[in-house]
Ligand binder design. Structure first.
Ligand code: BYC
Ligand code: FE
Ligand code: FE
Length: 470
């Protein structure tokens, strides 16, 4: 048995690589079993989805559109083009040649980074697997599936690294990627946000806005890696991320647009089956905070080790002046004896926080664009990012209670006001009640969301983006 380059589009020389072929002959059927079991529920064999597939890395090859049954999707393996003469961009080996193979001393650390990155991809597919059953339109259904198949491809990308550069334990880790399960009590996914249930489409749009954006910033950091295959692989993955965040940001914007429309008719949009702004705000609070946790602790010796070793840099490392970062400090606001105080952290230990800063800035721009809808409608209400300290489970603020403005609050106030700040059982119940059936008629939208401004790949809005729904 063999695996063909026709079935697996690639630019990594798969046809000539016997070792990789042998590994994939074994892994691919297991991946497909996982996809059938844990991928989009109810949308496996009977539906044809208008999807983009990457079959090459040039402008023509990386986005080919056509109808596909998802289990027949051609998950490919791609490296971005090499940068000739590229040298290590940061850390102790700054300026030295990059590595084509894994250096022995960094093997465990690099494997861990690849595994952690890889694990998030199938996790998100698992989290989103029931959403097709309540889609607000065929357009949204197709976008959900586009995101899902690309997460599948991102898993392939990390598995390719494990198979090609990490020997037998790499192969074992590639199997383990298909065995952990999002939210499972005994074998959960590795990082917090990837075990949080994605219950509604509002969760999905927040997830793709905030959690996929963590993906973008982590991939930017990994694309700086001195381990050249990791760098080129993550660089190509970054191309796909823009669409995921588009799905999220435009999804929330359309929700806000619809809500603004309903607010012209009634003060209480829930009486008309709409999503009120406080409910949107609570979802921002929940998904932004859990996504902030994905950057790790504010003070992290792991981050310092990754940076020193040249394994993981800062997003857009080239924008910084000092690439060794031995001397600098990062001024951090910490809680000491119940009071906020300033602490100077050696810069290398604060790299997670540096990345979180860049992330926060970009998130704020998404919220500004949502607020533009409110402003244009002449409304006074605004949406906000909660304070970075709010609702954190990782790092120095974990275990302390803060309100969305970042002020410390007592446990009893937290308990009393929690449902004002975060979605609660009643909110989920309400969302379930308005998202109780799929909308399959081409061009039609669920009542709680406005139509998008245009279709996909130049197609009209009422195009049948998913065939076979009834
Ligand atoms: N949940 O030194 P610390 C994406 C652990 S998303 C649970 O503070 P470090 C995508 C940590 O492992 C991008 N555990 O943090 C998006 C460590 O454990 P040990 C995914 C956590 O290591 C949407 C301990 O706490 N890619 O692609 O500097 C859909 C202390 O850690 C968490 C990556 O994450 C957490 N949130 O940074 C699909 C890139 N945070 O050592 C896909 C690779 C920390 O005590 N990963 N811990 O056992 C990394 O670079 C780092 O592992 C992290 C953590 C940035 C995640
Ligand atoms: Fe991804
Ligand atoms: Fe993504």
């Amino acid at each position: 048995m063999s695996v063909s380059s026709e079935a697996i589009p690639n630019n990594v020389g798969l046809a000539q690589d016997q070792r990789l072929q042998r590994a994939l002959v074994h892994w691919r059927p297991r991946f497909l079993d996982w996809w059938r079991e844990m991928g989009p529920n109810g949308f496996q064999d009977h539906h044809e989805v208008y999807l983009r597939t990457a079959v090459g890395t040039d402008s023509e090859g990386w986005a080919q559109f056509g109808y596909v049954r998802m289990p027949e999707y051609r998950w490919g393996i791609f490296f971005a083009d090499p940068v000739p003469g590229r040298t290590v961009g940061f850390g102790d080996s700054f300026g030295q040649p990059v590595w084509a193979e894994v250096p022995g001393e960094f093997r465990n650390l690099l494997r861990r980074l690849v595994i952690t990155q890889g694990d998030t991809e199938p996790a998100s597919v698992e989290q989103q697997r029931m959403l097709g059953r309540t889609c607000p339109s065929l357009y949204d259904l197709r976008n959900l599936f586009q995101v899902n198949v690309e997460k599948g491809r991102h898993l392939w990308a990390m598995v390719h690294l494990l198979h090609s550069y990490f020997g037998r334990d790499g192969r074992e880790e590639a199997e383990a990627m298909l065995e952990r399960r999002s939210g499972h009590p005994d074998r959960p996914r590795i990082l917090g946000a990837f075990n949080v249930p994605v219950v509604s489409w509002l969760d999905f749009f927040m997830f793709t806005t905030f959690t996929d954006r963590d993906g973008k910033f982590q991939l930017l950091s990994l694309a700086e890696s001195a381990f050249e295959p990791f760098s080129r692989c993550t660089q190509f993955m970054l191309r796909e991320e823009a669409h995921h965040m588009f799905v999220g940001e435009s999804g929330v914007r359309r929700v806000v647009e619809r809500t603004v429309g309903l607010l012209r008719e009634t003060e209480d949009v829930r009486t008309r089956g709409g999503i009120d702004l406080p409910l949107v705000q609570k979802h921002i609070n929940a998904w932004y905070s859990v996504s902030l946790d994905l950057f790790g602790g504010e003070i992290s010796s792991n981050a310092a080790t990754y940076f020193a070793g040249g394994l993981k840099g800062r997003p857009h490392e080239e924008r910084f002046a000092d690439h060794r970062a031995i001397e600098g400090v990062y001024p951090l606001e910490t809680l000491q004896d119940g009071r906020l105080a300033r602490e100077e952290v050696p810069l290398r230990n604060a790299m997670n926080e540096v990345a979180r800063d860049a992330y926060t800035e970009e998130c704020a721009r998404s919220v500004e664009r949502w607020n533009k809808v409110l402003e244009d409608a002449g409304m006074a209400e605004r949406l906000h990012l909660p304070h970075r300290r709010f609702h954190r489970q990782v790092g120095i603020h974990a275990g302390h209670r803060f309100d969305p403005q970042g002020a410390p609050v007592r446990e009893e106030e937290w308990d009393r006001r929690r449902d004002e700040w975060l979605p609660g059982a009643a909110d989920h119940e309400y969302l379930r009640s308005i998202m109780n059936a799929p909308v399959y008629a081409p061009g039609k939208m669920a009542n709680w969301i406005a139509p998008p401004s245009k279709g996909i790949d130049g197609r009209p809005l009422d195009y049948e983006y998913v065939r076979g729904c009834e």
